[in-house]
Design a protein around this ligand. Sequence first.
Ligand code: 9MR
Length: 560
Amino acid sequence: PITNAKSRIRLNQVGFYPVSPKVAIVVATKKTDFLIKDLKGKTWFTGQLIPNSQPAFSGAYTFSADFSAFDKPGRYFIEVEGLGNSYEFQIKPNVLQPVADGSIKAFYYQRASIQLDVQYAGKWYRAAGHPDDKVFVHSSAASEKRPAGFVISSPRGWYDAGDYNKYIVNSGITMATLLSLYEDFPEYMNTVKLNIPESQNQIPDVLDEVLWNLRWMLTMQDPNDGGVYHKLTNARFDGMIMPDKADSARYIVQKSTAATLDFAAVMAQASRILKKFPKQLPGLADSCIKASEYAWTWAEKNPVVIYNQDAMNREFKPAVVTGTYGDRNVGDEFFWAASELYLATGKDDYFNKITLSKGELARVPSWANVKLLGYYSLAQNSGIDAANHPEIKEIRTRLLNMADIFIDSAANNAYQTVMTKSKVNFNWGSNSNAANQGVLLIKAYKLSGDRKYLDYALANLDYILGRNGTGYSYVTGFGSKSTMHPHHRPSIADGVVDPIPGLLAGGPNPGMQDKIQLPSLFPDEAYIDDDQAYASNEIAINWNAPLAYLANAIQALQKK
Ligand code: 9MR
């Protein structure tokens, strides 16, 4: 029936560049014609649906409506004969710029310790929350220079997700991804203006935003030994209240190897990038590299201090029940930190810590799996003499192999994307897998110049913006049918109908760890736009960062 068509014709609801591939996926039973019409109903293009060879995970068959050949800027919808009309979309140069900007601006809305003024935040303005100028050391031996009960100041930083805590491990991959965005596309990122309080200074806005979290991270290092505290947190999650109403006691919990190495990697990468701004940020790059090497020393002396919340709670009170980010395997963190430290210092000692074992790159990076972040930096930094370091050539080959495995037969599945090839992509935060696959494909494009990688990166962005098993655009504020009820405390508590914009929902996850009934348990459909559904509809900084990378990289690389 016609009323159903909007949910059966799945496409990037924001739109397409004139020269880019343009595909909508139609869940239908017959091969018919489709028309591209403008808003007055005039037909500009006709084509025929093409059946896709594999069904969706649900068993349903899909067709592709490919209108790549049509490139006239304007506003349109698709009419599928016998089915009805799609949501509206645009064709125009820079069409994805608002999404690209919005995905970074989202971090501004996550800032702790500052009020969001109406001139920057619009209708989402709010009071400051969490000054974090009086934070208790929660769990630490009495023999330490900072025993339990010791008070530190640890302001700024971004709230991790829908909750108001600040976690070093998850800041690691997030910061790396945003710093790489700047490092990989400096010319484009210099033009990106986000209307944040620092927009008038002489530092690119994306780096100003990164600095908000970097300055917090620096406070999380114990100046007595270089170790880094795992997280800054409440004992329990807050209710659905605004940040300024959430005033329960704040703690930093024990130092961990994972947090310390993630910190070391971020600070080394930051020092490399911030060095380019000596006048604007005097001394900061030096402080970062010092902090990084100090952290590395601690990690070498404490190579297996794993964060174990249950064990900690048996010994220290109050019990802490917030997110754990409890990574048990820190080999990849050592690899990543050594890579970044080598690139920042040129010291062979760090390079010698890097060993390439076989068959280790099956999955894209995640908060717990950061080896690829080291690969990315080593592969791209032209300063390394690849002839004297055969590892660099090997790393480049491995990255391209991985990209080839991704795109192999991706044209056959029901949505024609890398993301929809395999069920394994659909876990907690699945949309970040789509974005991180896109990041890897962009890196492959930069290494090879082969356009097929760029096209598949864009297809994964199309996936995020509506070409998927639910027909949702998973980015708040973008698309006709987008996430409206994310598990995000400010969006729930602020009394504003629209959620804070630019946030990426976690996405389909049949795990149902939140016990909220889902309308479907097929991997790519296991999603509900419900603010209680934290396992499929929360937001998180480590999910927004690869979206920001992908959308901005596509903007930077599009043919105008
Ligand atoms: O993103 C994290 C996911 O990989 C884990 O499976 C899950 C359960 O441990 O936790 C997710 O991270 C959450 C964190 O622990 C607390 N803040 C919200 C994060 C996103 O849901």
